[in-house]
Design a protein around this ligand. Structure first.
Ligand code: FAD
Length: 385
C-alpha cells in the first residue's frame, strides 16, 4: 500500500495553508479559544467561497471531486491549525445520513445549505444516563397528528446554543431496545427546548439540552419509524474513523519550537539534550503512526472498502498517543508548561498546556477507547462479545 500524498494532494495542502493564512486570523483564533466554541459562520462561509467546504461530495449537490486520501490532507491542515470546523463536521455527518436515508425533500432542503455553510446541525445522541450504549436512549417522541412531541434530555449537545437543528435520537417504542428508536431533525429555535452550557476541561463549551413538549413535524423524521438504529449506524461509523494525528503534529511542532529556543545549563539550547531529543523522537514516531493509520482508513474508503476495524484503530491509537505525548511534552517543558494561552511568558503560546487538557477528551468522544477496542476485537479479529 502506498499512503504517500501525491501532487494533487500537496497542491490542495498549499491551497488550504493559503486559505488559513488569510482567514484564520489571530482575532478569530483567540475568540474560539476564549469561548470554547469551534465554529464560526464567517469562517465556514469563507471555506465555501474558497471551494473547500464540499470536497468529496457528489457534483450534482455542488461538491468538488476529491479522493478520500486527498481529503485527509485538508483535515490534517485544518486540525493542526485548530481551525473552527467542529460544526462543519457534525453538519456534514448529518447531511450524509440524509443523503443515504432521507427523502427527496429533506435532501433538497438540507444538503445544498450544508455545503454552502448556511446551516448548523448538532448531534443529540448522548443522554445523562447513556452515551456508549446509545440504544438505551430514553428521550421519548410520541406521535401527535402530523407532528411528534419530544420529552427528555440530551447530554453533551455541542453547539446546540448556536445550531439550527439537532439530529435527535429518540425512543418511539419501548418494546424493543434497538428496534424502538427513530431519528429526527428537530428545529432548535422553539420554546420546548432549553440549552444549558457545560464547560469541559479543555475549555470547550458543550451543552445539556432539555426537551419539554418540543415539536417536530413528521416531514423531518429521517428514515423509518423505529428504523433509527440503522440510520445512526452509518453516521457513527464515520465518527469512529476520526483521528488526532494532526493534533499530535501541532504538539510536536510546538515542543520542537520550544526545544530550539529554550536554554538549559551553560546556556545550551535544550534541543542539544539527549533526553529532549529522545522524547521528541518518540512523539514524532507516534505522530507518524497516527497519520498513517488515518490514511490507511482513507485509502480503504477510496477503494470502496469499509474500514470497520481500521477506522477505530486510527481513532484509538491517535487519541491515546496524543494523551501520552501531551503528558510527556508537558513534563519536558517543566514549570513553564502550566502557563496557559494569553498568559505572559507561556511557552509556544501555551499550546502544550492546551494539548494536555484537550487530549483528555479525545479518548472519550467519538466512541471511548474501550468501545473502540471492543469493535476491533469483534469486527476486526472476529472474537466473541
Ligand atoms: C467534549 C465532548 C463533546 C461531546 N459532544 C457530543 C455531541 O455533540 N453529541 C453527542 O451526542 N455526544 C457528545 N459527546 C458524548 C460522547 O460521545 C460520550 O461522552 C461518549 O460516547 C461516552 O459516553 P458516556 O459519557 O455516557 O460514558 P459511558 O458510556 O457511561 O461510559 C463510562 C465508562 O464505561 C466504559 N464503557 C461503557 N460501555 C462499555 C463497554 N460496552 N465495554 C467496555 N467499557 C465500556 C466507557 O469506555 C467509559 O470509560 C461529547 C463528549 C465530550 C466529552
Amino acid at each position: 500500500m502506498d499512503f504517500r500524498i501525491g501532487e494533487r494532494g500537496e497542491a490542495l495542502r498549499a491551497e488550504v495553508r493559503a486559505f488559513l493564512r488569510e482567514h484564520l486570523t489571530e482575532e478569530l483564533a483567540e475568540r474560539c479559544h476564549r469561548t470554547g466554541v469551534a465554529h464560526d459562520d464567517g469562517f465556514v462561509r469563507a471555506m465555501h467561497e474558497a471551494g473547500l467546504l464540499a470536497l468529496g461530495w457528489p457534483e450534482e449537490w455542488g461538491g468538488r471531486p476529491c479522493d478520500p486520501l486527498d481529503r485527509c490532507v485538508v483535515e490534517e491542515e485544518l486540525s493542526k491549525a485548530e481551525a473552527p470546523t467542529y460544526g462543519v463536521s457534525t453538519t456534514h455527518m448529518v447531511a450524509r445520513a440524509i443523503l443515504h436515508a432521507g427523502t427527496d425533500r429533506q435532501r433538497a432542503e438540507i444538503i445544498p445549505r450544508a455545503l454552502r455553510g448556511e446551516v448548523l446541525i448538532v448531534l443529540g445522541f448522548t443522554e445523562p444516563e447513556c452515551g456508549s450504549d446509545l440504544a438505551a436512549a430514553r428521550t421519548r417522541a410520541v406521535r401527535d397528528g402530523d407532528e411528534w412531541v419530544v420529552n427528555g434530555s440530551k447530554m453533551f449537545t455541542t453547539n446546540a446554543h448556536i445550531g439550527d437543528h439537532v439530529f435527535l435520537l429518540a425512543r418511539t417504542d419501548t418494546s424493543s431496545k434497538h428496534g424502538g428508536l427513530t431519528v429526527f431533525l428537530v428545529p432548535l429555535d422553539q420554546p420546548g427546548i432549553e440549552v444549558q452550557a457545560v464547560r469541559t476541561i479543555s475549555g470547550e463549551r458543550t451543552n445539556i439540552t432539555y426537551y419539554r413538549d418540543a415539536r417536530v413535524h413528521d416531514d423531518w423524521r429521517i428514515g423509518e419509524v423505529n428504523g433509527g438504529w440503522r440510520v445512526l449506524g452509518e453516521a457513527l461509523q464515520e465518527e469512529h474513523s476520526t483521528g488526532f494525528g494532526a493534533s499530535m503534529l501541532g504538539l510536536l511542532e510546538a515542543a520542537e519550537g520550544w526545544a530550539r529556543t529554550a536554554r538549559g545549563g551553560a546556556g545550551r539550547p535544550r534541543i542539544d539534550d539527549p533526553d529532549v531529543r529522545e522524547r521528541l523522537g518518540r512523539c514524532a514516531a507516534e505522530t507518524e503512526v497516527s497519520l498513517l493509520l488515518q490514511r490507511r482508513a482513507a485509502a480503504m474508503a477510496q477503494r470502496g472498502d469499509t474500514p470497520v476495524a481500521e477506522g477505530p484503530m486510527a481513532k484509538l491509537f491517535s487519541s491515546e498517543a496524543l494523551t501520552r505525548a501531551a503528558e510527556d511534552m508537558f513534563d519536558l517543558l517543566g514549570p513553564d508548561a502550566v502557563r496557559s494561552r494569553f498568559t505572559p511568558g507561556a511557552p509556544e503560546e501555551g499550546r502544550v498546556e492546551h494539548a494536555l487538557r484537550f487530549s483528555l477528551g479525545t479518548t472519550i468522544y467519538g466512541g471511548t477507547s474501550e468501545i473502540q477496542r471492543g469493535i476491533i476485537a469483534r469486527r476486526g479479529l472476529g472474537l466473541p462479545r
